[in-house]
Design a protein around this ligand. Sequence first.
Ligand SMILES: [Zn+2]
Length: 363
Amino acid sequence: MKKIVRTLFVCATALLAVSCSNEPKVKNIIFLIGDGMGLAQVSGVSLINNWEPLAMERAEYIGLQKSYSANNRVTDSAASGTALATGHKTYNSAIGVDVDKNPVPSTRELAQAAGYATGVVATYSVTNATPASFVAHEETRYAEDNIALDYLEADIDLFIGGGTRFFMERRDGRNLAEELKAKGFTVATDMAELDGVTEGKVAALLAPNAMPTIGQGRSKDYLPGATAKALEILSNNSKKGFFVMIEGSQIDGGGHDNNMVKIYEETVDFDNAVKVAFDFADTHPGTLVVVTADHETGGLSLVSGKTDFTLPEQGVKYEFGTTGHSATWLPIYAYGEGAEEFSGVMENTDIAKKMQKLLGLVE
Ligand SMILES: [Zn+2]
């Protein structure tokens, strides 16, 4: 009944339209997750850059989300990844399963089944917790050989990140790269191999496990370039639209290492991918971009003091409260069609539920 009323409303408001439609207004969703990126990480980058605006600051609507998991006030990337991917709170280390270990579908899977093109992009292995939560269903995040098999069996257009170890050097001796090729995938081990590729199924596996950090020499072109390539291929793969998750995976490692330089470099890199996504939304009506984190890492605080690694004259320094994760609320930056849905305070699970609604995947 609700649907009929909405359809009538759309028809009534589109008086001169040739035909009435209940097609969702949101055509494409670009979901960017900064792993370990709390508000202090974003604030720290802003401060180091002398308050030069970040791409994230172009957001039209800002929200806050609560990241706690079903069994811990402090989540890990698996439980929060699953919450952001599926709309279900679960236990730490769960990948795409609920508290009873039953598989629960991700927005990406629901979108693919409804005719959208879908993919994931990361700077860590694609089998790592965050991207895995959008593709796989495993009781534990540590079953990475199994998660790679889930990729092989998944209906998915594109995945880009590390992970050759779990696809090509497996304990069972299978070569999943060959099996992906047999299923019609273009398999690349270097981004340059994708230069001429503009459509079709693509698996790019660019490192044994994690890709190098920026500090270790990962190209600053990689994440923004992989984002642009993913948007190009997914746009061409389905007229209906696409859903893609793009992770700045290694901000988290900077927090675990209590390394502010690493946090800075990885957050700036992630923000460059955010810029690509916002620019795409500017030229592709019907595109929603949502930027958030899975949790904060390091318990980072920016406190007054005499020492700082870039701005000593301002007497601002940083301190870490932990080498683990923390429970602070996380920022949400939303841009484009449907962005207004993401203002206010919400659960991490609400983000998945809102995306599913906006794409017309659930009532
Ligand atoms: Zn972590």
